[in-house]
Design a protein around this ligand. Structure first.
Ligand SMILES: [Zn+2]
Length: 99
């Protein structure tokens, strides 16, 4: 989309598009992602996250589970750490706890 600024390039998919422009989660990682990643990649992550939550039966009200998701988020966006947790992609669900 040439209409948009040419300076931004998504840190994950490399598309020259618009950054998210806001922190999707209230952490340093969230700020980084909001500034460096595009909306499309965030949407992809949300799908992945739902799969993780369903697959592992994650209780999102438990702060420990947030760490797990944040770790996977880092891997998803920055290839940090080992591999994304293996999931069964046939699982689907709708969880929205990011507000
Ligand atoms: Zn992207």
């Amino acid at each position: 989309m040439a209409l948009f600024g040419e300076k931004f390039k998504c840190g994950r998919c490399g598309q020259k598009t618009e950054p998210m422009g806001y922190a999707p989660i209230p952490t340093e990682l969230g700020q980084k992602i909001g500034a460096e990643m595009c909306q499309g990649c965030w949407k992809e992550w949300l799908q992945k996250q739902n799969q993780l939550i369903n697959h592992f039966g994650i209780d999102v009200s438990n702060p420990d589970s947030h760490e797990f998701l944040f770790d996977n988020m880092k891997i998803f966006f920055y290839n940090e750490g080992v591999e994304l947790a293996q999931i069964d992609t046939s699982q689907e669900g709708k969880v929205n706890w990011w507000g």
